[in-house]
Ligand binder design. Structure first.
Ligand code: PMP
Length: 360
């Protein structure tokens, strides 16, 4: 008999844990992990292929450890007078966030966020031996400044983690709120802007606050707007001293030459890739209106997904949609479901399936 997980001398806090897993099912309409529905165009694919071939010729050597070319391209994309020294990149913003907690969290330190929020945060905390604590969001999923300040004053977190727009609710934060947090937080403040490019007009980015707050980190990803989830490239902008701190904990050569080449190729097509973001934002706003028209409650959203509800038995609804070939996500507070914004055809399939399952 082979051994099982239960037989292993696993760290106590990992016992009984399951690997992260949104279901990866073979279903025609995939609207469950906030992916971009549009594969890269032929022009982008050709550029990526050529760039990877070029990188392949040097694969006997380790890659540029500092990824300076890529960081320079990312700084240029972000603007705001940022330089490569202000920018750091890793394999997905998942890894960026883990590195932040490895450098600034750790045993005896606490990371604070406000629930409901991204389900991976507690896992980064666990894996970096950082105590994890959440305050709460208001009924409409916004943050009450009084509650936020009180939580920070009480718990003195080494890291405050705020997603804006937040997953799974879609809620963006005001700059006022972020400035309030930066004013009272004793340590690092992270604003996770994985969905920043999907913001509605008038919703600001925390990038504008970087010059004023040297302990603020703004994280981004190429997984969503750049349609590069499979490429695994996340990044951040912050003060150069914080980048130096992250360079201490990163694994040597953490970002492969292939990854760097793929990301740089995609960045050369920013215009084309972001044109499709505008289309997705419009479809997101239409989806919100359509769901509200059905009489459902829908959270205001600045992201490429919509949280809607509420249902006495959300699992039954989720399963009903799945039976019709539409996979969405059973996540968020009890009674709510989240749908990612797909292509026009995918959203039509979602609407048809939802009407049928609801009997409306
Ligand atoms: N932050 C938030 C809020 C997310 O929703 C996600 C992806 N679902 C990520 C970070 C991670 O993205 P990635 O690792 O693909 O960059």
């Amino acid at each position: 008999m082979g051994q099982t997980l239960a037989d292993l001398p696993l760290r106590d806090e990992l016992r009984g844990e399951e690997p992260y897993g949104a279901p990866q099912l073979d279903v025609p309409v995939l609207l469950n992990v906030n992916e971009n529905p549009y594969p890269p165009s032929d022009a982008v694919v050709a550029d990526i292929a050529e760039s990877v071939a070029e990188a392949a010729r040097g694969l006997n050597r380790y890659p540029d450890r500092e990824a300076l070319g890529l960081r320079s391209d990312l700084a240029a994309y972000l603007g705001h007078d940022l330089t490569p020294a202000h920018v750091w990149a890793a394999n997905g913003s998942n890894e960026v966030m883990l590195q932040i907690l490895q450098a600034f969290g750790g045993p005896g330190r606490l990371a604070l966020s406000f629930a409901p929020t991204y389900s991976m945060y507690p896992e980064y905390a666990r894996d970096s031996c950082t105590t994890w604590l959440t305050g709460r969001r208001a009924e409409d999923f916004t943050l009450d400044p009084g509650h936020v300040v009180e939580q920070i004053r009480t718990h003195q977190p080494a890291v405050v983690l705020l997603a804006s727009p937040n997953n799974p609710t879609g809620t963006a934060l005001s700059l006022d709120l972020i400035e309030t947090v930066c004013g009272v937080a004793p340590g690092i403040v992270v604003v996770d802007e994985a969905y920043a490019e999907f913001r509605r007009d008038g919703t600001p980015s925390a990038l504008t606050l970087l010059p004023a707050y040297p302990r603020l980190i703004v994280t981004r990803t190429m997984s969503k707007a750049f349609a590069l989830a499979g490429g695994r490239l996340g990044y951040l902008a912050t003060d150069p001293a914080i980048v130096d701190a992250l360079r201490i904990v990163r694994l040597p050569y953490h970002l492969s030459a292939v990854t760097q080449a793929v990301a740089r190729a995609a960045l050369r097509h920013t215009g084309e890739l972001l044109a499709r973001v505008a289309e997705l934002r419009e479809r997101r706003d239409e989806t919100v209106e359509w769901l509200r028209g059905l009489g459902l409650t829908v959270a205001d959203t600045d992201a490429n997904f919509v949280l809607f509800g509420t249902f006495d038995d959300r699992h039954a609804l989720w399963q009903g949609l799945l039976d019709k070939g539409v996979l969405i996500r059973e996540t968020g507070p009890d009674g709510w479901l989240r749908v990612s914004i797909g292509s026009a055809e995918e959203m039509a399939a979602f609407r048809t399936a939802l009407r049928e399952v609801l009997g409306r």
